[in-house]
Design a protein around this ligand. Structure first.
Ligand SMILES: [Zn+2]
Length: 150
């Protein structure tokens, strides 16, 4: 999708280095890949939204997450409003399609065309590039059962 210029998050390398953990920096800014089955969200089955760890943009919904057994969180589609950009990546022997956050430029992972219905796509995403927001936290209308400040 097109992202308004004013919405773009542009930071210097030094600023990203300060904001991110070393592993996040390596993956998101240097196109690294976390080791398979080590990511926080590989086996996360809770309902909620996965946001960009760099800028907080909502990227994937838990409803689109599926078991790919690849060792990385996998989704068959980004959210309809997600700023997910794709770039052909020929850095390996085969050409892969790199996926990034179009808002802050963070590398997320890769997309393959061997995913399940309805899209047939498999977004293979590094856990460190994502933050998970549980559905309960997003429902601010529900007051907490016990208020510690009361
Ligand atoms: Zn982002």
């Amino acid at each position: 999708m097109d992202v308004e210029k004013t919405e773009l998050v542009e930071k210097t390398d030094a600023e990203w280095c300060a904001q991110l953990t070393p592993e996040q920096y390596q993956v998101m800014r240097k196109h690294g890949t976390e080791r398979a089955f080590t990511g926080t969200y590989v086996d996360n089955h809770a309902d909620g939204t996965y946001t960009c760890a760099g800028c907080g943009a909502p990227l994937f919904d838990s409803e689109t997450k599926f078991e790919s057994h690849s060792g990385w969180p996998s989704f068959f589609a980004p959210r309809p409003d997600a700023p997910v950009g794709e770039t052909k990546d020929g850095s390996w022997l085969m050409v892969r399609t790199e996926v990034h956050c179009a808002r802050c430029g963070a590398h997320l992972g890769h997309v393959f065309d061997d995913g399940p219905a309805p899209t047939g796509q498999r977004f293979c995403i590094n856990s460190v590039s994502l933050n998970f927001v549980p559905e309960d936290d997003a429902t601010s209308a529900t007051p907490p059962t016990s208020d510690p400040s009361a």
